[in-house]
Design a protein. Structure first.
Lengths: 317, 328, 285
């Protein structure tokens, strides 16, 4: 087991390096270079730009720049913002909890509801429920998340006034848990929509594969109750690809969170990203792209480790 | 490339040909073992001859065939075609030889591209070597199809419309399209019904006479090549254990393995009481071949040094070689 | 007997059994019709504005069937023309994705070894970046035109296609007819493009359809944010940019373009799903 973890960790390293190279390349491909906000500003003289370049270390050869930047990334030193000169890391860090809260609740809801629907659909294949669920999943996958968000705001906030239309807390009031939950509901539902669809489809096919195996038939013919068969025999075997799915979904989760945050004015990383775009705040943009990529790599690593824990076949290979 | 002294009669000369496949495991693809598919075989084929290469599955005969054609890169040894040493030729250097050495595959269902019509499959062969102009292409394809016993209208149809035997004929037509001198048949009839086997074998014989072809026919069954081969080499676990002319081999088999193989060949004579030699055990894995003579674990005539000493190939009678300690 | 024809017919028959896929296919055809004939179908010039007639609700005015927007432009015409843009971007992005993915998958699958390793590493690394993040950053770098938007969407979506193609190629490569091509001395490009590729097309079709769906979604999102198609050129996405502020006055401005996007994406998704089933029923449960 330990060997497996080490092996997996070692595999993750080239990925991290690869991700940092691509990130770095992107930053330098920006028209106007990483200092676009200055170079494209006509009031700043060429001398000023040279000076700024020197301050930011941008006049050094490219591989030195990359090396410094990469070591910076992995040690938490992500430079300072153009405007205000705050450490980028801190700026992003203070937005992370909000985003993780949203992502976490979205993912939990998605897993709970999605797997339930998927299992039910698998157990009652071709029933009306199954048909509706599969079709519904396809439909749900087709909704543009941002538009769905707009529609839910329209219906539940404007027309019905049941739920707030944005933000994390009600302005001017105390930041209580209940208030937070009220604000969390709509964004979570919107974020979870596509995820539920994916989870239900994946769970359904994963369970279907398992259910038709001989050992399930044996368990059933032994007289075990359906519930027992499902949970003690089918579930552990079907769960493995689902954990892998969680890892694979991570980039999607981030994308969805970005979209949802912009619609609901949720003060998380997504909002920060869009705001930084307008201001051409490259350090922040790059920092966020890097952190999402790193989070994806770490997440997949965790998923693999968990899978190896449950499925002995994986760690023995 | 011309050799200094071309043995004009030996179209193909293979010397100590070796092909090992590395087995890789682990994160860094460490080599943990080797499959000794072909472990040092030597033979010559004269122009116009037909060599039969016979052995059980796993003995390396198919690998040998593909390695001779350089479809697989040899690990060691030499391959001489018409006196030229082509062993380490690259793709560009091999191109002219490709026209002269062709192959017929075993599985008629995977040897033809399902997306191409029969005509375009054969045309590809012609196009690659710029053998005919566009106006003559169709005629040439029609000729080839007729030569293998198919009607020219077959050109426009697709492989899946045909039976196994017909597909093999198409495969033969493709191989002949480039006017080769050497044709390697990798178990060309193993996947066919017995009645069709005879047809295809007869076709191959006729074509050899008509076009002066040289054959290497790979088979797992001695009865299949009985009529068509003049010389037969018997392979076991990557090595040639016996090689002789057809008459010699059938009338005077020396190696215990050859004898066992021969005893399995059906003789259409109800009076003949056959003593079937049934070998014990399975063919060992080519990853860890047995020490000494590779056949010794299953050999009914093994004796003391067989499990330690590797027998070398000896010429017992003119044109008859055998690698067995019984004859050393 | 033309077995081959009946294979196509079999696939067609399997496809027809999926009612939703068929409906999706019909809608897609309708949408394509709309794209081509947008100018014939639109009752008004989508750019003509008249602040005198802002915010006319749908179904209240025979001249402006679906109402008008905040600048008095006819919504129906805008939907047609916007749809044209959105779909063109979607299809163009799909082509970019397919071409990129095909090339990478072909080369990786054909050559194997280190080339394959390097390319797959690269693919895996690209998959770590959330597409929307990448898109937005790239969109901010470039001048947003239909082509450039389609290109960046295409260049961030090719990874799955590459994987699928690579797997197919690896499988097909083992078939004897490929060995036969080598034995004939065929050039590598001939083998890749004439022998391998035609056999790997089927999953590409499915991928392509699903890709259009994703591309339309992506375009709508970045245009909504203002980084995609720029006004006055309309796309369904940028028609929604200010929709939130008009919720009280004119909710239809927010509902209708989004509905069109959803409908389009849904149709391509159903179509792609049906194609996948029809081409290989073993994949589906």
């Amino acid at each position: 087991m330990f060997q497996f973890i080490i092996k997996r960790l070692l595999q993750a390293i080239p990925m991290l390096i690869g991700v940092s190279i691509i990130g770095f390349a992107m930053m330098h491909l920006a028209p106007g270079g990483p200092l676009a906000v200055y170079t494209l500003n006509p009031t700043i003289t060429a001398q000023d730009i040279e000076r700024i370049k020197h301050v930011f270390g941008l006049d050094q050869p490219i591989y030195i720049q990359y090396f410094k930047w990469a070591t910076g990334i992995f040690t938490g030193n992500w430079g300072n913002t153009f405007f205000g000169g705050r450490p980028v890391f801190d700026v992003i860090l203070e937005r992370m909890p909000a985003t993780f809260l949203l992502m976490g609740s979205g993912m939990s809801v998605a897993i709970l509801i999605g797997t339930l629907i998927g299992i039910l659909g698998a157990v009652r294949r071709y029933s009306m429920f199954d048909y509706l669920a599969t079709t519904g999943a396809m439909v749900a996958l087709s909704f543009p998340t941002f538009w769905f968000g707009l529609m839910t705001i329209f219906i539940f906030s404007l027309k019905l006034s049941w739920l707030p239309s944005g933000g994390m807390f009600t302005l001017g009031e105390e930041e209580g848990i209940l208030d937070l939950i009220k604000h969390l509901i709509l964004p979570t539902v919107v974020l979870a929509l596509v995820l539920v669809a994916q989870w239900s489809r994946y769970t359904r096919s994963s369970f279907l594969e398992v259910i038709h195996q001989d050992y399930i038939r044996t368990a059933k013919s032994k007289g075990l109750s359906a519930g027992r068969v499902l949970f003690r025999h089918a579930f552990p075997n079907a769960v493995s690809p689902l954990i892998a799915l969680a890892g694979v979904q991570l980039p999607w989760l981030f994308s969805g969170a970005l979209v949802t945050e912009t619609i609901f004015g949720w003060p998380g990383m997504g909002r920060l990203f869009v705001d930084s775009l307008t201001m051409k705040e490259y350090p922040v943009l790059m920092g966020m792209i890097m952190i999402t990529a790193i989070a994806v790599i770490v997440g997949n690593l965790l998923a693999d480790v968990i899978n190896a824990l449950i499925d002995p076949r994986i760690r023995l290979e | 490339m011309t050799g200094v002294f071309k043995l004009a009669r030996n179209l193909l000369a293979v010397n100590h040909l070796v092909k090992h496949f590395p087995i890789k495991r682990g994160m860094f693809s460490r080599v943990v073992g080797r499959v000794h598919a072909v472990d040092g075989i030597s033979f010559e084929v004269q122009e116009g001859q037909a060599l039969g290469l016979v052995g059980e599955s796993g003995c390396g005969k198919t690998t040998a065939g593909k390695t001779i054609l350089k479809l697989i890169e040899p690990t060691a040894g030499t391959i001489r075609y018409n006196g030229d040493d082509i062993t380490s030729y690259n793709r560009a250097q091999m191109k002219q030889y490709r026209q002269q050495m062709q192959i017929i595959f075993q599985d008629p269902f995977s040897s033809l591209n399902p997306r191409h019509s029969v005509g375009s499959i054969i045309a590809a062969a012609l196009e690659i070597h710029h053998l005919v102009g566009p106006s003559e292409k169709e005629d040439r394809i029609a000729d080839l199809l007729r030569k293998v016993g198919l009607s020219a209208t077959v050109m426009r149809r697709y492989p899946h419309e045909f039976s196994g035997g017909q597909r093999q004929r198409i495969g033969i037509a493709r191989a002949l399209a480039v006017n080769p001198r050497l044709v390697i048949g990798d178990e060309p009839v193993s996947a066919l019904d017995v009645s069709i086997q005879a047809q295809i074998l007869n076709l191959l014989e006729d074509l050899q006479d008509e076009m002066g072809l040289t054959y290497i026919l790979i088979a797992h069954d001695l009865s299949v090549i009985r009529h068509i081969a003049n010389k037969i080499a018997v392979m076991y676990l990557g090595k040639i254990v016996e090689m002789a002319s057809r008459e010699e081999l059938y009338h005077n088999p020396l190696h215990p393995y050859t004898r066992a193989l021969l005893s399995a060949v059906p003789i259409p004579d109800p009076e003949h009481k056959r003593q079937r030699i049934i070998l014990k055990g399975d063919v060992p894995s080519p990853i860890n071949p047995p020490p000494g003579c590779r056949f010794h674990p299953r050999c009914p005539q093994r004796f003391e040094p067989c499990n330690k000493v590797m027998p070398k190939s000896k010429t017992v009678v003119e044109g008859h070689e055998v690698a067995c300690l019984l004859y050393e | 007997m033309h077995y081959y024809e009946s294979q196509t017919r079999r696939i067609w028959r399997r496809f027809l059994r999926h009612r939703l896929a068929v409906i999706g296919g019909c809608v897609v055809l309708l949408l394509l019709f709309m794209v081509v004939f947008a100018n014939l179908l639109s009752p008004h010039d989508p750019l003509s504005l008249d602040t005198q007639r802002r915010f006319i609700p749908p179904l209240t005015n025979t001249s402006f069937v679906l109402g008008t927007d905040e600048m008095g432009r006819d919504l129906l015409s805008r939907l047609f023309y916007g749809g044209r843009i959105s779909l063109v971007v979607g299809v163009a992005a799909m082509f970019a994705t397919i071409v990129t993915g095909l090339l990478i998958g072909l080369i990786a699958g054909f050559y194997g070894g280190r080339v394959d390793n390097a390319l797959m590493r690269f693919t895996d690394t690209m998959l770590c970046f959330p597409q929307v993040f990448l898109l937005l950053v790239l969109a901010a770098f470039i001048t947003p035109t239909v082509i450039s938007i389609a290109l960046i969407i295409g260049l961030t979506s090719w990874m799955e296609v590459a994987r699928i193609i690579r797997a197919q190629i690896q499988y097909i490569k083992e078939q004897d007819f490929i060995q036969a091509a080598f034995a004939l001395g065929a050039s590598e490009s001939r083998i890749m493009f004439k022998e391998l590729l035609p056999n790997a097309i089927a999953p590409v079709l499915v991928s392509a359809t699903l890709n259009v769906a994703n591309a339309v979604l992506m375009e709508s999102y970045i245009s909504f944010l203002g980084y995609g198609i720029q006004p006055p050129l309309a796309s369904w996405g940028n028609m929604l940019t200010n929709a939130q502020s008009y919720f009280d006055l004119a909710p239809w401005l927010a509902i209708l373009p989004g509905l069109m996007i959803t409908l389009t994406v849904m149709s391509f998704n159903f179509l792609g799903d049906g194609l996948r089933d029809a081409l290989d029923p073993r994949l589906r449960m």
